[in-house]
Ligand binder design. Structure first.
Ligand code: SF4
Length: 404
């Protein structure tokens, strides 16, 4: 497994696989061919089908300047779900051609190139990690510090600061999100309504939802967020951490950093053994993974046992199994933003159940990760970030939902 530094990336939304990945790939190819005077890009599969709504072309142009981008919208199942081909020319002569897979969370793989990424973790599954930690009487967050080095704490502090900033900005920003849906930003209104309610029992923990809206709306608006593990699912983990930090005075910054370390480990296990990409395995791989990470982080904040942390992460993933990716018009707005809020609430509930029921559980975290991946591979392509099925297919602007 790679360092959790590659999981948490600070950058602009709205999509780690559709904006961050292609922008990074374009920059690398440009650097590899300084004499190239022009480039052209071909997008395949999900990148082509939802690239317009995900602002892929704009992200590429930020790296390469004005560049022709071709959206090849017929599915090519011989290629990775998020493939781009970048060609560079000098005096109309082809100098460089690279096929790149954007595999989720901003990570890119150049097809045919040996990976330069270093796998630093000696273990691959939760079971292996748990066995090692128990033999050493070591907490999960200490395992992360042992592998990554103590300096990872400084990195995680920066991640925490970036997460907090995205919440604070999102809560304070009114207006309409970019794109044809003309989605009103809801975080500020939700936040103030929840704060003002005179029936607090009715809104127990609901404030966390307004924080998830805040971050996800920042993402949809192209603001600065942290992939956790992706842009589309970036609202869940910060919302849970921020809410708990505000609510409980005993949750120190140190505990938050420990929570981020454990959440990173959970995301890493999913990324290594399955996928965190909606184009590969549906939204269960994005928001499901984010919920799993947040549930594990939440359990860490409350010093729950390793088995309880595992169970919280397992519950959170298990009840996202089968979740499709069907962004309306290709924009990371419907169902993505609200889905982050619901997943944040669910992460808290998963942890609550794990606290009481861990002794009687039957499903391990590794088992649910494998199940999620196979479910994703079996899922029809129209439900994997192609905007060809689900809500993306049935959505009609003129429907007046309030009349139903
Ligand atoms: S539906 Fe889920 S996986 Fe698909 S774009 Fe939205 S958040 Fe990402």
């Amino acid at each position: 497994m790679l360092s959790i530094r590659s999981l948490y990336q600070v950058g602009h939304g709205p999509s780690s696989s559709h904006t961050m990945g292609p922008a990074k790939a374009s920059g690398i190819v440009k650097q590899a061919c300084p004499s190239c005077d022009r480039f052209e890009i071909m997008l395949y599969n999900s990148l082509a089908l939802t690239g317009r709504g995900h602002l892929t072309e704009e992200a590429i142009k930020e790296s390469l300047g004005e560049t022709p981008v071709t959206f090849l919208t017929s599915l090519d199942l011989t290629k990775h779900p998020n493939t781009l081909i970048i060609k560079g020319y000098e005096n109309d002569q082809l100098m460089i051609e690279k096929e790149v897979n954007s595999t989720g969370g901003g990570r890119i793989v150049f097809v045919g190139d040996d990976s330069t990424e270093k796998h630093i973790y000696p273990h691959k599954t939760f079971k292996e990690i748990k066995k090692y930690c128990k033999s050493k009487h070591m907490a999960l967050h200490d395992y992360v510090y042992e592998v990554e080095g103590e300096e990872i704490k400084v990195f995680l502090e920066e991640i925490w600061e970036a997460m907090k900033s995205s919440i604070i900005r999102g809560i304070a920003t009114h207006g309409v999100l970019p794109g044809p849906l003309k989605m009103k930003r809801k975080a500020p209104e939700l936040y103030s309504k929840l704060k003002a309610t005179d029936v607090p029992e009715l809104v127990e923990n609901r404030l966390v939802a307004s924080y998830a809206f805040a971050v996800s709306e920042e993402n949809a608006g192209g603001g600065m967020i942290v992939t956790a593990p992706t842009c589309g699912a970036c609202g869940v983990l910060p919302a849970v951490l921020y809410y708990m930090h505000e609510k409980h005075h005993f949750i120190s910054k140190e505990r938050i950093i420990n929570g981020l370390a454990v959440a990173g480990l959970i995301g890493n296990i999913i990324k290594h053994n399955a996928s965190i990409s909606g184009a590969v395995a549906g939204c269960q791989a994005e928001v499901g993974s984010a919920c799993s990470m947040a549930a594990a982080a939440h359990a860490t904040l409350f010093n729950l046992s390793m088995d309880q942390i595992e169970y919280a992460a397992e519950i959170a993933m298990e009840h996202h199994l089968g979740l499709t990716c069907d962004p309306v018009n290709g924009y990371v707005q419907i169902p993505c933003i609200e889905r982050n809020a619901v997943a944040a609430l669910r992460a808290i509930d998963a942890c609550g159940l794990a606290y009481f029921l861990t002794d009687s559980r039957k499903i391990s975290f590794d088992m649910v990760v494998q199940t999620m991946y196979q479910t994703g591979l079996d899922m029809h392509q129209s439900y994997k970030e192609t905007s060809q099925g689900g809500l993306a297919y049935y959505f009609k602007e003129e429907d007046d939902v309030n009349c139903w």
